[in-house]
Write a protein that binds this ligand. Structure first.
Ligand code: ARG
Length: 459
């Protein structure tokens, strides 16, 4: 088959060589963006009198027919036509005749592919931002139900101090808030048009790049044609932000997995977000959370892979860059899917408040309170720490907790102790009293829920 660029060639490559060089198996994902870009380009060419109104109208009709066919999945792509651009150009000339060949006036596949990818990623970044908001809403909804539900807070995965379960969930709300901000910020640089940069140096035709940019909804155009066709920073920014999203989700995955284990039993995942075992009838596995934790690896991999691909590439376009697409598609699909799974999982999980209450009454996570108690009565904190450490040891030896220890033991350890320590030691008191800004005190958590709601409303 003759190539669209076959003029200077006397021999054709064998099919397996063509197949190796082709990107159509994956860049067909960009078919709608490619046609959208062409529609803007042809409109601009007519407005600049580079094509006649009739020619432009014929091309437009042809492109619209192709768009319909693409939506119905009726286009039969071939690797001989290498990529989405050449496949579409071939379909277009088959459809409307040789005038279809005028579409490529004043542009190159290099600015064309860059344009397609900007359009694609802009759309999907916006969709991911909406998905993030939905997950934030799910976290807020659960948090609102559990302001006064107390769980052990951990450091080193050892019980540290009791906290409000809502406070724990809201920590993820604020992580996602930053993730959203990073994507929003990346849109500023992504929403710039490379179209009209040509192969690398611009074009001799009197085109109007700002006009085609405007038609495509871009905020502006790349200032430099070499940069326009070589830049993949916008994908890297997306991948970096996506890696952080996945890192956050994988931390939450890990907690969900721990919390739904028999050992913790803090939450029960809904049947619709869990799976069974083919051999062990009793099992209910947190597969979805595990998968999100696992998929984090491929998102990091895609990011590192593109960074490595671009490292040391001379200007301007190099075929290496064709390798930029699959990782981008995969990251979009993975991040979108993972956020959606988590939204459903959080919405539907059952929180075992009775287990949490029991647990926070059978640990030493209230020990800091006793030390603070003594310190507030004038004992240097370091000495208070020592006194309480010894009391904890006494309890461990007797197999009891601080709330069970008789007052005599307290007063023997320090004459500063009085009856009111039993109230101070209650998990609810411990939490309520952490009323510093951003702390877990119920009052602070209520405020945080309000500011979370405001943050969501402003988006
Ligand atoms: N299929 C190519 C890619 O994805 C499109 C740009 C090709 N340009 C070229 N001069 N070979 O990178």
């Amino acid at each position: 088959m003759t190539k669209l660029w076959g003029g200077r060639f006397t021999k054709s490559a064998e099919e397996w060589v063509d197949a190796f060089g082709a990107s159509i198996p994956f860049d067909k994902e960009l078919v709608e963006e490619d046609i959208q870009g062409s529609l803007a380009h042809v409109k601009m060419l007519a407005a600049c009198d580079i094509l006649t109104t009739d020619e432009a109208a014929t091309i437009k009709t042809g492109l619209e027919t192709l768009l319909e066919k693409a939506k119905k999945d009726e286009l039969e792509y071939s690797v001989q036509n290498e990529d989405i651009h050449l496949n579409l150009e071939k379909f277009l000339t088959d459809e409307i005749g040789s005038v279809g060949g005028k579409l490529h006036t004043g542009r190159s596949r290099n600015d064309q592919i860059a344009t397609d990818m900007h359009l694609y990623l802009k759309k999907h970044t916006e969709e991911i931002m909406v998905a993030i908001k939905q997950m934030q809403q799910a976290l807020l909804d659960q948090a609102e139900q559990h302001i006064e539900t107390i769980i052990p807070g951990y450091t080193h995965l050892q019980r540290a101090q009791p906290i409000s379960f809502a406070h724990h969930l809201l920590a993820y709300f604020w992580m996602l808030e930053r993730d959203y901000g990073r994507l929003e910020d990346s849109l500023k640089r992504m929403n710039i048009s490379p179209l009209g940069a040509g192969a690398l140096a611009g074009t001799t035709f009197p085109i109007d790049r700002s006009y085609s940019a405007e038609l495509l909804g871009f905020d502006g155009i790349y200032e430099n044609s070499l940069d326009a066709v070589s830049d993949r920073d916008f994908i890297l920014e997306f991948m970096s932000a996506s890696s952080m999203i996945m890192m956050h989700l994988s931390r939450l995955s890990e907690e969900m997995i721990l919390w739904s284990s028999q050992e913790f039993n803090f939450v029960e995942l809904d049947d619709t977000f869990a799976t069974g075992s083919s051999i062990m009838p009793q099992k209910k596995n947190p597969d979805m959370a595990e998968l999100v934790r696992g998929k984090t690896g491929r998102v990091y991999g895609n990011f590192v892979s593109l960074l490595t691909l671009l490292k040391g590439l001379p200007l301007a376009y190099n075929k290496d860059m064709q390798e930029d697409k699959e990782g981008m598609f995969d990251t979009v699909t993975t991040v979108k899917g993972s956020i959606k799974i988590f939204t459903g999982m959080i919405d539907t999980m059952t929180v075992n408040t009775d287990v949490m209450a029991k647990e926070t009454h059978s640990d030493f996570s209230n020990a800091t309170e006793l030390a603070d108690y003594l310190a507030s009565k004038g004992l240097p904190f370091r000495e208070a720490h020592e006194v309480v450490g010894k009391l904890v040891l006494t309890c461990i030896e007797r197999g009891i907790y601080l709330l069970d220890l008789p007052l005599d033991d307290y007063t023997q350890a320090s004459s500063l102790f009085e009856e009111d320590i039993y109230n101070v030691l209650k998990p609810s008191t411990v939490v309520v009293r952490r009323n510093s800004a951003g702390g877990t005190g119920f009052e602070q958590v209520r405020k945080a829920i309000e500011s979370g709601k405001n943050a969501l409303q402003q988006k």
